[in-house]
Every structure is written in structure tokens, then in C-alpha cells.
Design a protein around this ligand. Structure first.
Ligand code: SPV
Ligand code: MN
Length: 635
């Protein structure tokens, strides 16, 4: 990539070295100049002139971490707790989740992509640059150099984060590998993304004041993101969901996959490990599935490329920015222990900090004591201006912690070649259609009917009404910088690049019975995982339904007994694995209608859906609207 063509904040020529010499202390300047990239130097000088930070600090190794931790406390972006390694951050009541409306992909000429929030590039750049004028006055600015992936890996991308938030820098120090040495080694002949962030003016609570001027503008052409007047991690942590857009885009241009997926290892017979990746919209069981696995490589993102003909996955992150709501000692023993261990470095966001300095979230067994939370002072029974009770901790409250704190961290987490992918899972919040686990007939069937047709009820991770069902293909819709049609085609074509494709499964933990109660227990996912592991190796049979392949009753009985010490009744099995035909047909209608509006949808999508519909209709003629698994043939 030619770094010299990058977008500038200041067009005119000026002596940028002079600006750097004046604004950076001697040691900071030395650090910057060791990266031999005039375009980078010039960009930093532009920001200095433009946003006017009063001091500058570079994060170039783990030795800088302590400085950032202290800065976050000094800036009052984080509050200490009774545990020295645990801090709390509050985003403010209007800044608690990703802002879909104001997160826009900037495209030249105002090009539009269906279902994606795009905006005219020239207009967007002008608007957002204006917002950065003088915005860092009186503040310290942090510059971090990170890898998006393991060191010395063909999978890895690079990024520079510039921010006036020590909280953002602190998160990145935990979530990503500091990679200054690779910049020193490779620049200027390297690709890197640029993230410029400012929390903007903050009020006495530390919340960003100008929320109406919150913008997250993603300049696809220049691999640069401008994020301003916001603090919530999904809007601000450059290497998280902002880098992810660039990763998807680069993958699209180069023919590999960047996914919103965890990567975990499942133990099978003889202690073999089979690696799974899994895509779930936020708040739909992704983290809990990862923790139910035997080893964890990653909990949120995956870069997948062929290595010797086999798809391999790398986790670009080395930490978790996870949802804490509902994490309790019974259902999530490992995560709960990790989050309550004083020795782990943890940033909690938008939980309740009780007056005795204890971080409290929904899921802690004890009742919440008064303290401060995302809306200010909190006491039991506190109501908002509409008379609605304010929850002690927010449903999208998060924790940031290093993966290295995990007892079950996979030993291959830093492997520059990643881990081989045996299976891909797709799951959403679906009350009435998908069975708890089902295998696709083949790659294409899976990509279309499981991944592209993934639907889910909205959750608290976005600033919209929870509970409404929406199509969320690959659980990635919020992050796509290209049309979903192109993204599907990329996956269909990926088949040609590998000798063996992973098996594709759908999972659904949210199926309800006729009384509206969830049928499965939270821990049952263990059994579904173990069944899928056996399927990857062809070691159990399956029943053929009109929509895929499901477990045999007797296999589940054995697995429930072995892994959960639980009885699994025929009645439960029938309830869980009955094909609900009208619901499936309605789903196909919904999905069809959406893809009809997307001009570059691959035609094979409609073919697959049509075939699925025909199979369902045939089954309905034979058996009626409900097909019990006991009626089906073995595959
Ligand atoms: C998600 O919402 O999918 C997350 C958290 O992983 S965020 O950083 O907000 O995207
Ligand atoms: Mn995510």
C-alpha cells in the first residue's frame, strides 16, 4: 500500500518535523522517529496542529502500560475499586452501546449499499474533521502501535491508534498485542490502519457531553476511522469493531475471511481437540458457548485463511471485551471466578460500583448496595424521569480482561498459522424455528440456510429496541463494509480455495415451548458441542430433516449422561427436535424478501431457499405441520 497517498487533516505543506520537535518530549519524539515513515510523522503533526493536545505519550511496549493505567485514573476516566487491579469506567447514560445510526462507511460519490449505513466520503470527511478542531485542548494524547493478530504472522494486520482517552488506550493494551517493533522493522513498506478518537468534552461525571455530535466515520478508501464524542468501547476501541470492518474489506479484496466468530477447541475421544468457530449476534450465547468449550482461542473475532489447503483461524485479539450481564457463579463458574479474582487486571464498564468499592453486576448472588452506576448515584429502587426503575448495572455492561488470565486458554493462541477449523457454528435468539443443533447438508447449504439466513431478536448491545427479530447474516450485518451479497459470494468462492471445508451447524439456545418457557438448560450446549465434534469426525449418525441433519435420540442420551450426568427424556427430545414447518416456511419468506432487495445476492441463494421450501412442503403433506424426529430416516 502506498502510504503517501493518505488523507490529510491539513492540506497545505508546512514543516511538520518542527511541529513534532516542539510538541513531543525528547524520548517520545525518538520513539516516533524510529518508525521510518514520513507519512505517519506528518499525520501525527496534523493531529497536533488540528486537535491541539497538550501532551503526547506513545505506547511502544508493555513498559508503557503502567503509565496508561495511571493516566486513566488521573483523567478520571476510570475509578479505583477496593481491588488495585480492578477499575470501573462509565460511558454515560446516552453512550452505552454501539451507535448504528451515526456509524457510517464513507464511500466516494455517495455510493449506496443496501442495508449498510453509507455516507458521501467528501461530505463525511469535512463534517468529522470539523469536529476534531481543538477537541484535545488541555488533554493528553496517546498513540499506540498494535497488531491485529499474532506477531510474525501472515494473518496479522497492523494499526495505529491515536486517542485522547486513556481508557481506550488501556483497553487496547489489554485486548491487542503491542507491535511497535514490527512498525520499526517494516515501515514505511507496510499496510496499517489509522484510528483517530476523541471522547470530546466531558461533563463533571466524565461522560461525553456532545452526544448529538457523536460520529464514527469509517473511511474505507484510506483505512482510517474518525470516532468522536463517544466513549463506549464498540464505538471507540479502534482495533475492535472498527478494524474489523477493514479486515472484512481486505479479506474480500484478497479472497480470505474475517469473521465475527469465537474460536474454541472441543475435546473428543482420546483427548483430540477439534476447533470450532462460531458466529452469534451480541448477547446470544457466544461468550457462554466459548466458555463451555474445552479450550479458548478467541471469543469474538476470527481471521480465516487456507494453510496447506485447510482453513485455519487466528484470533486477532488477545483479550475479551465481554458482556458481564448475567454472569453468575452457577452457570459461568470459570468466567465468574476470573472476574472476581483480585489478581487479574480488569476494566469493568457500566456496572454498579458499590459504596464499599465492590464491582457489582446482575448475576452477583448478593443484593446490590447503593453506589454509582452508568446513570450516576444509585440506590435500590431509584427511578428515572419516566418513573422507570433504573437497573443497578446496565444490560450491556462489559468487562475487559486479557485472555492470558483464562485457565483453559488454548496453547495455540499465539500460533502464527492459527488452528484448523473443523466446524463453523451459527446461532441466534430464535424462540420458535431452529432446533437446538442441526448440521447443514454441505458448505453451500450451510452458508445459505444457516449463515446468510441467521435471524435474531435484537439485544442490548445496540441502541435500539431489544426483542425485535431481524435478519443478521453471519452475525455480521452491523460491521459489513461491503454488500451482504458480495460477502455471501466470498464464502461460496472460498470453497474453491480449500481442499476441505468446515462442517456448518446451526445452534439455538432460545427455543421456547408452547408456554413461552425456554426448553433447554443453559448447560445443555455442552452436549450439542460434543455431538458436533463427533459429527466432524463422522463418528455418530444423524437423522435427515427437511432443513438439515439432527442427532439421534440414543446418542444424546449417552452424551447427556456422560457430560452432564443428566437424564434426557424422549419427551424432551421430541419437543426440541421436532421440525416446525410453518415457522420454517415463514422464515424462508422473510429471508427471501430481504435478499430480493439486494441486487448482488448470488442466485444460488434463491435456489437453496426454494429447495428447502420444497422439502418442507413435501414433509408437511406427508406428516403435517409438526414432524417428530422419531419419524425420520437415518442419514
Ligand atoms: C458486539 O456487540 O458484538 C461486541 C461488543 O462484541 S462491541 O465492541 O460493542 O461490538
Ligand atoms: Mn462482537
Amino acid at each position: 500500500m502506498n502510504n503517501y497517498s493518505r488523507e490529510r487533516l491539513i492540506r497545505e505543506d508546512y514543516d511538520y518535523m518542527e511541529v513534532l520537535r516542539k510538541s513531543l518530549s525528547k524520548d517520545q519524539l525518538e520513539k516516533l522517529l524510529r518508525i521510518k515513515d514520513p507519512e505517519l510523522h506528518r499525520w501525527i503533526a496534523d493531529i497536533i496542529l488540528y486537535a491541539k493536545p497538550s501532551r503526547i505519550y506513545l505506547i511502544t511496549s508493555e513498559e508503557d502500560f503502567e503509565y496508561i493505567r495511571k493516566a486513566a485514573l488521573r483523567n478520571k476516566e476510570e475509578i479505583p475499586t477496593r481491588y488495585p487491579n480492578h477499575t470501573v469506567h462509565f460511558d454515560g447514560p446516552r453512550d452505552l452501546a454501539r451507535d448504528r445510526k451515526n456509524t457510517r462507511i464513507l464511500l466516494p460519490g455517495g455510493e449506496k449499499i443496501p442495508f449498510i449505513n453509507t455516507y458521501d466520503r467528501a461530505k463525511g470527511l469535512m463534517e468529522v474533521k470539523e469536529l476534531f478542531k481543538d477537541i484535545m485542548r488541555g488533554k493528553e494524547m496517546y498513540i499506540g502501535f498494535y497488531c491485529f493478530g499474532p506477531k510474525n504472522s501472515e494473518f496479522t494486520l497492523h494499526a495505529v491508534q491515536v486517542t485522547d482517552s486513556a481508557y481506550v488506550a488501556h483497553n487496547e493494551n489489554i485486548l491487542y498485542r503491542v507491535c511497535y517493533d514490527e512498525f520499526v522493522e517494516k515501515a514505511p513498506n507496510m499496510f496499517y490502519a489509522r484510528f483517530l478518537h476523541s471522547a470530546g468534552e466531558r461533563d463533571e461525571n466524565g461522560w461525553s457531553k456532545n452526544i448529538d455530535k457523536r460520529r464514527i466515520y469509517i473511511d474505507l478508501q484510506d483505512y482510517t476511522v474518525y470516532s468522536v464524542n463517544t466513549q463506549y468501547g464498540g464505538n471507540t476501541i479502534g482495533l475492535k469493531k472498527l478494524m474489523f470492518r477493514f479486515c472484512i474489506y481486505k479479506g474480500y479484496l484478497e479472497g480470505w475471511l474475517c469473521e465475527h466468530m469465537f474460536i474454541t477447541g472441543i475435546k473428543g475421544p482420546g483427548d483430540r481437540i477439534t476447533y470450532f468457530t462460531g458466529a452469534f449476534p451480541a448477547g446470544c450465547g457466544k461468550t457462554s458457548t466459548a466458555f463451555m468449550s474445552d479450550t479458548i482461542v478467541g471469543d469474538d473475532l476470527a481471521i480465516i485463511k487456507p494453510v496447506n489447503g485447510i482453513p485455519h483461524a487466528v484470533n486477532p485479539e488477545i483479550g475479551m471485551f465481554g458482556i458481564i450481564d448475567g454472569v453468575n457463579p452457577e452457570d459461568d463458574p470459570v468466567l465468574y471466578k476470573l472476574l472476581t479474582s483480585p489478581e487479574n487486571e480488569i476494566i469493568f464498564s457500566n456496572i454498579l460500583l458499590t459504596e464499599d468499592g465492590e464491582p457489582w453486576w446482575n448475576g452477583r448472588p448478593e443484593s446490590p448496595k447503593p453506589g454509582i452506576n452508568y446513570a450516576g448515584k444509585w440506590w435500590p429502587g431509584k427511578k428515572d424521569e419516566n418513573g422507570k426503575e433504573i437497573k443497578p448495572s446496565h444490560p450491556n455492561a462489559r468487562f475487559t480482561v486479557s485472555l492470558r488470565t483464562l485457565p483453559n486458554l488454548d496453547p495455540r493462541v499465539d500460533d502464527p498459522n492459527g488452528v484448523p477449523v473443523g466446524a463453523m457454528l451459527f446461532g441466534g435468539r430464535d424462540p420458535d424455528t431452529w432446533v437446538p443443533v442441526e448440521e447443514a447438508y454441505n458448505w453451500v447449504h450451510g452458508i445459505i440456510t444457516k449463515a446468510a439466513a441467521l435471524e435474531s431478536e435484537k439485544t442490548a448491545a445496540i441502541l435500539e429496541k431489544a426483542g425485535v427479530r431481524e435478519l443478521n447474516p453471519f452475525a455480521i450485518l452491523d460491521f459489513l463494509p461491503i454488500s451482504i451479497g458480495k460477502f455471501i459470494k466470498l464464502h461460496l468462492d472460498f470453497q474453491e480455495k480449500v481442499d476441505k471445508t468446515p462442517k456448518i451447524f446451526s445452534v439455538n439456545y432460545f427455543l421456547k415451548d408452547e408456554h413461552g418457557n425456554y426448553i433447554a438448560d443453559k448447560v445443555d450446549k455442552k452436549v450439542w458441542l460434543k455431538w458436533m465434534e463427533l459429527r466432524v469426525h463422522g463418528e455418530v449418525e444423524a437423522l435427515e430433516t427437511p432443513t438439515g441433519l439432527i442427532p439421534l435420540y440414543q446418542d444424546l442420551v449417552k452424551l447427556f449422561n456422560k457430560y452432564l450426568d443428566k437424564e434426557y427424556t424422549e419427551e424432551r427430545y421430541e419437543k426440541e427436535f421436532t421440525t416446525r414447518i410453518p415457522e420454517h416456511l415463514a422464515k424462508i419468506e422473510r429471508v427471501w424478501k430481504i435478499y430480493e432487495q439486494i441486487p448482488d445476492t448470488p442466485p444460488i441463494l434463491f435456489q437453496e431457499l426454494r429447495q428447502q421450501k420444497q422439502r418442507l412442503k413435501k414433509a408437511m403433506e406427508k406428516w403435517g405441520t409438526r414432524v417428530s424426529p422419531f419419524k425420520l430416516d437415518r442419514k
